[in-house]
Structures are given as C-alpha cells and as structure tokens.
Design a binder for this molecule. Structure first.
Ligand code: AHR
Length: 339
C-alpha cells in the first residue's frame, strides 16, 4: 500500500558565494531597509542572497513563492536572482552576493558539479552557504553548512514501486516498454531519480521492464511535449512513461493525444512533484501516479539562515518528507493541494 503523507522536514548545512548575474534576473525583495553585512546577530536585520535555478516548472514557481514569502515573514532582506537554468548565471549571482557582503547565501544548484571555486570565494569572505532543494558534488564538504531538500534517489525508487502497482491495477500483461523523460542534464534530481528507478528495475524487473528511450526534457512542459513526440515516432509501442517531473508529463500528454493515444490507458504515466496541474491530470485519468516532492522549503530555510547568520551550528542534512498518490486519491486531495 502506498503511503500518503503531507510533507515536512528535518536537516541542515552551509557554504559560500557572491556575484552579479549578467543574464540572470535579479531583484531585491526587501521588507524594509537593510543592515546587510551585519552578520544577523544582535537583533540586526539579516540579508539573504538566494540564487534560484530558474522558473522552469510549477514546482519551481511554488518554491520561489515559498522562499519569498518566508523571507518576508521572517523580516529578512532578500536578494533574489533567477538563473534561467544556467550555471554561469548562478555563479555570477553568488559572486554578486559575496561582493554585497550578504549575511548568508542560499542556492539551489542547477547542476551538481563545478561549484568549488565560487564556494571557496564565499568561504574566504566568511559567508555561510546553504544548499536548498538540490545537492552538489564537491571534494570539500566545508564549502556549505547545510543541505535542505528531498531524497531524489528515494523518489526514483518510489516511482519504480509505484509503477509495479499501476501495472497491476491496469492488468498489464507482456513487455513493459518504458520511455523516460529526464530532468535537466547533470542536475541532481535528474541523475538521482533515474538512479533510484533503475535500482528497482534491475533488482526486481530485469527481464520484463526495459527503458527503450530516455532523453532530457529539461524539466519543462515544452521539452516534455517535444521529446515525447520524438519518442513516439521512434517507438510507437511504448506503453509506460516515467517523467522526472509533472510539467514534462503534462507536455508529453499533449503529444500522446496528438498521436491518437490515450494517456493513462494506452500509455501509463508516472511522474514526480505533485503540482496542482499534475493532480488535475491525474483526476482526469491521464496520469496514473505521482511521487510527491515538496517545494515549500521557505520557512525551514529561514530558520537555518537565522542560525547560520548567528554563527550557530546547523544540521548538516534536512530531508523533506513526502507522499505518493494514485488516481483514486487525486480528486480528494486536489482541493487541499497547496501548490
Ligand atoms: O529540483 C527539483 C526539481 O526541479 C523539480 O522536481 C522540478 O519540477 C524542478 O524543475
């Protein structure tokens, strides 16, 4: 039986950064005047530099809203930038925050590698860095103080287990030909959701399941639509779609329908996130199951920011807790979805 819980969390970490985003959009969501550089202690107002990935998906929109609202609620000055899914923009934004001497830097890394140089600059400037949502690969763990976000490998495993249930409910017999829509190349959720799913496949379904096509749709609806159309041309017998997020699944549904097939019936669909549009599609029978990934990280992040600014020790890793949803639960859950 699939469990269904509404999120929450638990863990921490930090590091460094700064810079001005040449192409990234930057704004100051300050709730008043700033005492940036004060270090946040002694009742002084905290300045947080937040370098966001982009605005590629419904999940990201909800995450940005959560961060902005929580910063306002906490009374921090927020310097926010949107890197438009480009690592160079995020690095520039981090450098800008270092130059502006913010108290804490938080960012959700577009990809896992290539951060050491800029994070060393932040460390030299004594600005703690918190990773949110996505992790990085580094040879020096002291470059960040905390990481708050989901366990993406577990999400991939849960997607695999969910597919077992969905195939059984559909009474599916015969080969399982899976198309995989991957997230942004090199991003933690793309690498790890693929890894967790493959673990289940290799351990339990080596002979009957096969990923016949797999390509990135960059976590966007347009990407999912375009890549799914190409998948269907290359192999019209695909009977399962595993999409690394709802937006790509929603784009893919358009291509499946355009090809004269029924999403959720001719092609069973599992995706990740649990945004409202995904739930709508699930309640219409077009998506068969969704593994939830919680974007509402703002309030917990602000608690960490305060501790880091005050020089307190923070938890190294905080994992969000999420649920899994099948079609029969979608209608009931829809009205209470928060994002
Ligand atoms: O890092 C989280 C992922 O990024 C979400 O699952 C996806 O929708 C977003 O683009």
């Amino acid at each position: 039986m699939l469990n269904r819980r509404n999120f929450l969390t638990a863990a921490v970490g930090v590091a460094v950064a700064g810079g001005l985003a040449a192409c990234a959009k930057e704004d100051d969501s300050s709730s008043g005047s700033s005492d940036s550089g004060s270090g946040g202690g002694g009742g002084k107002k905290i300045t947080l530099g937040f370098a966001q990935v982009g605005s590629e998906s419904g999940w990201r929109t909800a995450n940005t809203k959560s961060v902005k609202e929580a910063a306002k609620e906490a009374g921090y000055t927020l310097k926010f930038s949107d890197a438009q899914q480009k690592q160079e923009n995020q690095i520039s934004a981090i450098r800008s925050y270092i130059a502006q001497k913010v108290d804490v830097i938080a960012f959700s890394p577009v990809v896992v590698t290539g951060w050491d140089a800029v994070l060393k600059e932040a460390k030299t400037a004594k600005i703690p860095v918190i990773l949110t949502d996505r992790s990085i690969k580094t040879s020096d763990d002291s470059l960040y103080v905390s990481f708050i976000g989901s366990d993406f490998i577990d999400e991939g495993r849960r997607a695999g287990k969910m597919l077992e249930t969905v195939l059984q409910k559909a009474g599916h017999k015969g080969p399982v030909k899976i198309a995989q829509l991957e997230g942004t190349t090199g991003a933690a959720p793309a690498l790890e959701r693929a890894k967790g799913f493959k673990e289940i496949m290799d351990a339990e379904h080596k002979d009957d399941w096969k990923i016949v096509v797999s390509q990135t749709g960059d976590f966007t609806r347009a990407g999912g639509k375009q890549v799914m159309a190409a998948f269907l041309q290359s192999d019209p017998d695909i009977n399962v779609l595993y999409a690394h997020n709802d937006d790509m699944a929603l784009g893919a549904i358009q291509s499946i329908e355009a090809a004269g097939k029924k999403p959720g019936k001719d092609i069973l669909i599992i995706s990740v996130d649990g945004v409202k549009d995904g739930f709508v599609a699930m309640s219409e029978g077009k998506i068969n199951g969704i593994v939830e990934c919680n974007p509402l990280l703002g309030p917990q992040l602000m608690d960490l920011v305060k501790k880091a600014a005050d020089g307190e020790t923070v938890e190294r890793r905080i994992k969000t807790k999420e649920g899994d949803f099948l079609q029969e639960e979608a209608k009931e859950a829809l009205p209470t979805r928060k994002y």
